[in-house]
Design a protein around this ligand. Structure first.
Ligand SMILES: C[S@@+](CC[C@H](N)C(=O)[O-])C[C@H]1O[C@@H](n2cnc3c(N)ncnc32)[C@H](O)[C@@H]1O
Length: 244
């Protein structure tokens, strides 16, 4: 997979993709990440990438021409996903990350100031992504979030891919709680079932915890989750135990 990031701050992208799983995936050649300096595609002595908004108002807007030239430099094919990061975009989710992880080429465009000239969204971007209902100063952190979530899904990037199946959202529910040594920490014990060696009982407890936590913490997710007959039975138990 190739990921090109168009940004005024390539060093942020470099730093954010040089360590841990993403850094290793780069070293192993599973993903090629390029941070492209937008200013290199601006014209004139001052290499201006922004200007005042038409219609007046506060702040500056990023000009469309340097962005369009930078996108062309990335040599997009009809299959390339050209992603503009903007708070007005489609909300980013694990399902969206899976969709992007199946692509061979992503171009991520990082905005700044008051955002990007709307013609980039209207005519050039294939996707507009928001990472949440809040406003950051620039698109670099959102781009890093997209990169991190996508790269860990590339086959080979994670040592034990089965851990991806245990992640929150993998099956529409939150993940189950995890514990490690020591067995007792400050008097707080690990749930005894996890020490029992009974794999069936452990799997049942974990599923029950997924259902309980999702129901309590994320009723929105719970409302759309696909439940099995065993899940319904576990939910009955949780109700009977007064846990829901
Ligand atoms: C200050 S924001 C622009 C906000 C814009 N004026 C608005 O109200 O929607 C500057 C840039 O940060 C990035 N950004 C900020 N918040 C974001 C979010 N929640 N999701 C994705 N990108 C975001 C975008 O690239 C955006 O162009």
């Amino acid at each position: 997979m190739r990921i090109d990031v168009i940004t005024l701050f390539p060093e942020v992208i470099e730093a954010g993709t040089s360590y841990s799983i993403v850094g290793r995936a780069r070293e192993w050649g599973l993903v090629h990440i390029r941070a492209i300096q937008l200013r290199d595609f601006a014209e004139g002595k001052h290499k201006k990438t922004d200007d005042e908004p038409y219609g007046g108002g506060a702040g500056l807007v990023m000009k469309p021409e340097p962005i369009a030239r930078a996108v062309e430099f990335c040599q997009p094919t009809p299959n390339t996903r050209i992603v503009l990061l903007e708070p007005q975009g489609r909300l980013y989710t694990q399902a969206y990350a899976r969709e992007l992880a199946a692509q061979s080429h992503l171009v991520l465009i990082c905005g700044h100031y008051e955002g990007v000239d709307a013609r980039i969204r209207e005519h050039l971007a294939t996707d507009v992504i928001s990472i949440g209902d809040y406003v950051l100063t620039g698109g670099e952190l959102p781009a890093l979030i997209v990169i991190d979530s996508v790269v860990r899904l590339i086959p080979g990037a994670i040592h034990s891919p089965e851990s991806l199946e245990q992640d929150s959202f993998a099956d529409g529910l939150l993940g189950y709680p995890q514990y490690t040594r020591p067995e007792v920490f400050r008097g707080w014990r690990v749930p005894s079932v996890l020490l029992s060696g009974n794999h069936g009982a452990i799997a049942r407890w974990r599923r029950k915890e997924q259902l309980r936590l999702t129901r309590l913490l994320r009723p929105d997710l719970f409302a759309t989750a696909c439940l099995t007959a065993e899940d319904v039975e576990l939910l009955r138990e949780l109700h009977a135990e007064g846990q829901l």
